[in-house]
Design a protein around this ligand. Structure first.
Ligand code: PLP
Length: 400
């Protein structure tokens, strides 16, 4: 057998990928599974963006680009950053990656030394902790509460910071809770961060255009510009423009950090796909009406799903302010008996039960570091959501 590196043996495969695989396997066996596990828009990439990619191919934009992207994409990112964060940025403050995911991995790879701590509020996106571990860091998980809207308080941050803290990772709107930090909540966190000048902040804003309030949330860097020299803002086109397969994400941050990340890009991937970069530039600079239409659809689905969930015996949920996930509290089901006599001991058992009994795929809260909950995605039709909730309701009705 092949001896693997500790880097690999110390991490697990992404649990949402595992859950999605499980759904795929059952479907291959002929089972009709309603999947609420999907972490991507169910919409197609808008036509005009696809056309920009076709044009790029026809015009021969098929070669390596600079490590930090084409001038067109960097220009589009600068415009976006100015428009959305109210701040100018320069080319050497921009990193272009193969998805926001790669940008986050590069940031940790560029900065972590053994023993460095990364503060990750839970529930968290599954990759933060494993990415920290794979780069010799130590995740410090801070459990938030549903009462606080799944948001880390200033006190919790203060208590989590130690001499070894290197990064705080903030994800707003959050995957898996949909929680969005308000301006005053970010101000309170910024006050704590001002006292700890060695702590870097990674703001994963990948869902920041998918929000259900009239006013779009502000990023930390807009609220606390004095901290800009240690904030890395990560964003991308995957979620906003239904472009997950194009694999373009970007980070804007201090030059020394970005320079190190771009050096890694030059050795690992050379650059992101030139054709995808052209599409991403078109997405960021073109007509934004498709985004509004998609957000409107998510909004209707959110309202539908939240209302249904809160009517189901044993389940409850907050109404998420952004992204397309609901983190459902299933404490009311723990301890109940299944028809075969087994007990629902934890959220993983609840999620398994929904899959076997109700043919509905969900991801258990254990994956996100806060139990007993499970995540559903509403990046699917109201029809599928309604059928899934009917089925879950019937499965819960036969519990003892
Ligand atoms: N951050 C969060 C919170 C996510 O949920 C995802 C995707 O699932 C990403 C980052 C990365 O997205 P991408 O690599 O497609 O830009």
């Amino acid at each position: 057998s092949i001896r693997l590196s500790e880097r690999v043996t110390s991490i697990k495969e992404s649990p949402s990928a595992v859950a999605a695989d499980h759904v795929r396997d059952l479907r291959a066996q002929g089972r009709n599974i309603l999947s609420l596990t999907v972490g991507q828009p169910d919409f197609d990439t808008p036509e005009s963006i696809c056309e920009a990619a076709v044009e790029a191919i026809k015009h021969g934009e098929t070669r390596y680009t600079s490590a930090n992207g084409t001038p067109e994409l960097r220009n589009a990112i600068r415009q976006y950053y100015l428009r959305r964060y109210g701040r100018p940025c320069e080319d050497d403050e921009i990193c272009v990656g193969v998805g926001g995911k790669q940008v986050i991995a590069l940031a940790l790879m560029a900065t972590l030394c053994p023993g460095d701590e990364v503060i990750v509020p839970a529930p968290y996106w599954v990759s933060y902790t494993d990415m920290a571990i794979m780069n010799s860091g130590t995740p410090v998980v801070v459990e938030t509460t549903e009462a606080d809207g799944f948001k880390m308080t200033a006190d919790e941050l203060e208590q989590a910071i130690s001499d070894s803290t290197r990064w705080l990772i903030l994800n707003s709107p959050s995957n898996p809770s949909g929680a969005v930090y308000s301006t005053s909540e970010l101000q309170a966190l910024a006050d704590v961060l001002r006292k700890h000048s060695d702590v870097l902040v990674l703001c994963d804003d990948i869902y920041n255009e998918i929000v259900f309030s009239d006013a779009k949330p502000k990023g930390l860097v807009s609220i606390a510009p004095d901290l800009a020299n240690r904030i890395l803002t990560v964003n991308g086109v995957s979620k906003t423009y239904a472009m997950t397969g194009w694999r373009i994400g970007f980070g804007i941050g201090p030059k020394a950090l970005i320079g190190a990340m771009n050096k890694l890009v030059s050795q690992i991937s050379s650059c992101a796909s030139s054709v995808s970069q052209a599409a991403a530039a078109a997405a960021l600079t073109g007509d934004q009406s498709a985004v509004g239409d998609m957000v409107q659809a998510y909004h209707e689905r959110r309202d539908f799903a939240v209302e249904r969930i809160n009517q189901i015996d044993g389940l409850s949920c907050l109404s998420p302010d952004g992204a397309f996930y609901i983190y459902v509290n299933c404490a009311g089901l723990i301890g109940r008996h299944c028809p075969d006599g087994t007990v629902l001991g934890d959220d993983a058992a609840v999620s398994d039960y929904f899959l076997s009994q109700a043919s509905v795929g969900t991801v258990p809260g254990t994956a996100y570091g806060l139990s007993p909950y499970f995540r559903i995605s509403f990046a699917t039709s109201i029809q599928v959501l309604g059928d899934a909730f009917d089925s879950i309701e019937q499965a819960i009705a036969v519990l003892q």
